[in-house]
Design a protein around this ligand. Sequence first.
Ligand code: ATP
Length: 246
Amino acid sequence: MIRFENLTKVYRGIKAVDDLSLRIPPGTIFGLIGPNGAGKTTTIKMMAGVLRPTRGRIYINGLDIAKEPSKVKRIIGFIPDRPFLYEKLSGFEFLRFKAGLYGMKGNRLDERILDLLNLFELTEWADELIESYSHGMKQRLIIAASMIHEPKVIIVDEPMVGLDPKGANLVKGIFREWAGEGATVFLSTHMLALAQEVCQQIAIVDKGRIVASGTSEDLRKQAGVEGDLERIFLEITRGVATSENV
Ligand code: ATP
């Protein structure tokens, strides 16, 4: 379970995230969508413990990030929008390095790494240097690395960046499987078709505030329009701009 309570982040007088309250049950793929500057990355960075909220709280599986940051970091996997990779390591070495950060070692670890490389279709490249990987392979490796410690919650900013349709399909399947086993996937994206396809719950944010949330069907009702998520999104965010202009 992920819970935000009045989550707020102010940067030099500007409210990037404004009083966000939300509950996301386990086993859910949740999508945060919104226009540029809506506060998505700021929200994700606060969840990952990279940024401190100005006000409000985030609970992950009942743990308050502000009070128990180390425990929370052990149960989350975080994939930032601009991840860092040690390009002079091989894929295998990178996963072993990442595992070391969580204190994982022993024979079972090598098995876990090989399983992950296999899952993300990187087995053939396991011993090649990351610098020789394509953009999509790097993205798959980053997602694999975020899962090394079997997190209960995966937080991912723009998961499909750089992935070709086959890679995107693979990752979508893995997220679904992971959520099916009870994990929560929290993703932020501009790809509305992706959100529509994989997310059971969606929140639309604009100027730091949630302007609509629920299933695609709930959002359709709130927008009062028929059509796909893009149509709903445009209607809802247009509504916000219009009411503010009046
Ligand atoms: P995008 O879709 O363009 O990535 P976003 O929804 O992720 O946008 P954020 O990056 O969270 O939005 O930014 C929200 C607001 O906070 C914007 O107005 C942005 O200019 C501002 N902001 C973000 N980071 C900082 C910072 N370090 N200092 C000051 N303002 C910031």
